[in-house]
Each structure stands twice: as C-alpha cells, then as structure tokens.
Design a protein around this ligand. Structure first.
Ligand code: NAD
Length: 262
C-alpha cells in the first residue's frame, strides 16, 4: 500500500536505535525526508548512512546530534527547518526505582523528557501543519499509561500527563485542518532499553538475564518481544494519508499483553 506521504518532511526523535530507529526506517522507505535526532553523533551518523541506503523517492536524511529534551536542542532542530509535516516525539525513558527515592529534580527531569518535550514539539509545529492542511504527530509513550508498572512511576506519571494533554489538543480545531495527533504505546520491544531493564531486574533478583527475559516472554500472549521494524510500520501507517480520520487515540502494541476488552 502506498501511504501517500513521499516527499513530506519528518522529525524523528531518538532515532539512532530502538523504536525511533524503527520509525525512521519505515518512513524513509515511504520516501519521507527525515531530520533524525539523538545525542551521540557517531551512532546517529551511522544511522543516517543506513537510512539513506533504504530511502525511496529521493528521500533525504539529515542527522542532528542534540538533546531533544533541552531548549538548546530544540532550537537547533528548528533552526534546521520548522515546517515539518510529521513529528515522531521520542527520547529515552526515565529510570526505574522506588518513588520514595525520587526528589523534585528527578520528577522534573522525567516531566521534561516525557511530557514537556513532546508538548513543546507539538506547539512548535502544529499551527504550520494546519496552515498547510496536513500534519501528523505520533508520540511514543508506553503501555504503562494504560497499565502502570510499579517500578516505573516516573514514566506512569509523566506520560499520563502527556496523554491527557494530547486527548484535548487532538480534538481541538486542528482536527478539521488535517492534523492528527496520536500516541503509540509500546509493550515489551526488543531494544537496548528493554535489555537494560532486564539486566537490572536480573541483578535485583539474582536470576540470570536469560531467565528474566524468558519469564517476561512467557507472559506475552504472542510469546515474543516486539520488533522495532514492526513498531515503525505502525507508526508510518499513523502518518499516512489513509489514517487521516484517526486522531486522539492511544494505540497499544503489546502482543496482547494488556488483559482488558477495551
Ligand atoms: P532505546 O534506548 O533503545 O533508544 C532510545 C533512543 O533515544 C536512542 O537513539 C537514544 O540515543 C535516543 N535518546 C535518548 N535520550 C535522548 C535525548 N534526550 N535526546 C535525543 N535523543 C535521545 O529506547 P527504546 O526502547 O527505543 O525506547 C524509546 C522510548 O519508548 C523510551 O521513552 C522508552 O521508555 C519507551 N518504551 C520502550 C519500551 C520497550 O520495550 N523498548 C516499552 C515501553 C516504553
């Protein structure tokens, strides 16, 4: 299926690896021009080389190494270009822990990265999208918004704040002007982040990393972890012309883990 977005410009955060990389890959294969962001320049340059090899329809790939959660980082992005048609908001998730150990600064860091940064990116781009009559925002959040994870209280809290904000703004006057805003909620995807949380869980419990991973896999009806490329393909669909009537939704990609009917 041709998604009808070749020649559009997309900003993809956290794009050197993991879920952001999966989204960048799926979009560039659709002929979408990319500005890709991550903090580490060498990894980001490698990612850009690989993405250019997969590009169709002459899609360009512009790497920009910066911290997207800072004002300076976002200024650098919008100095590069401001008229994005597609924005995939994504950065690293907050650390796990016991809420008793989080002080105000820990909360502010989580809110900055996982709530206020996506809101700033939305604020900076949606009015231009509306003027041009087309726009797609996809926020990478977490299944923890629907089913909180005890040790990820910073994520549960910050991302729920973003989810509430998006529910309102997606239904504003932007909806009539071709701008959709949706959240993609990953369950367990096989990325560096998942491997790091499993290593931490193994260290805490004294089990091997393999045993922790096997137990987690068995708890997923699909009996496997998700892949970044399949996450990216759903993201590309949300950015497509075909998805123009889909807005304000929370799309869970978790291999059937969430047990509810709705
Ligand atoms: P990852 O660690 O594999 O990749 C994160 C990417 O973001 C990297 O490219 C990294 O360089 C970049 N990044 C991190 N902080 C950044 C910053 N401040 N500025 C710019 N770039 C930054 O992580 P992932 O598994 O792809 O996760 C992506 C998001 O999805 C995270 O917020 C994570 O918490 C969330 N999530 C992941 C899973 C999972 O199973 N992988 C599940 C639920 C939620």
């Amino acid at each position: 299926m041709d998604l009808g977005i070749a020649g559009r410009w997309a900003l993809v955060g956290g794009a050197s690896k993991g879920l952001g990389w999966g989204c960048a890959q799926a979009l560039v294969r659709e002929g979408v021009h990319l500005v890709i962001v991550a903090r580490g320049a060498p990894e980001l340059e490698d990612a850009a080389v690989q993405l250019r090899q997969q590009a169709t329809a002459g899609a360009k790939v512009v790497p920009l190494a910066c911290d997207i959660t800072t004002v300076a980082g976002r200024e650098a992005i919008f100095a590069q270009r401001a008229d994005f048609d597609i924005v995939v908001t994504n950065a690293g998730g907050p650390p796990p822990g016991d809420f008793r150990s989080w002080d105000r600064d820990a909360w502010l860091r989580a809110l900055d990265a996982n709530m206020l940064t996506p809101i700033e990116l939305i604020k900076a781009t949606v009015d231009g999208m509306a003027e041009r009559g087309f726009g797609r925002i996809v926020n990478i959040t977490s299944s923890s918004v629907k089913a909180p994870i005890d040790i990820l209280g910073l994520s549960n809290g910050a991302r729920s704040g973003l989810t509430g904000f998006v529910a309102g703004v997606a239904r504003s006057s932007l909806a009539a002007k071709g701008v959709t805003i949706n959240n993609l909620l990953p369950g367990a995807f096989d990325t560096d982040r998942l491997r790091a949380t499993q290593a931490a869980a193994a260290a805490r419990s004294g089990q091997s990393v393999e045993a922790v991973a096997a137990a987690r896999r068995q708890a997923i009806p699909a009996q496997r972890f998700g892949r970044a490329d399949e996450f990216g393909q759903v993201c590309a669909f949300l950015c497509s012309m075909q998805a123009g009537y889909l807005t304000g939704q929370n799309i869970l990609l978790d291999g059937g883990t969430y047990p509810g009917t709705f």
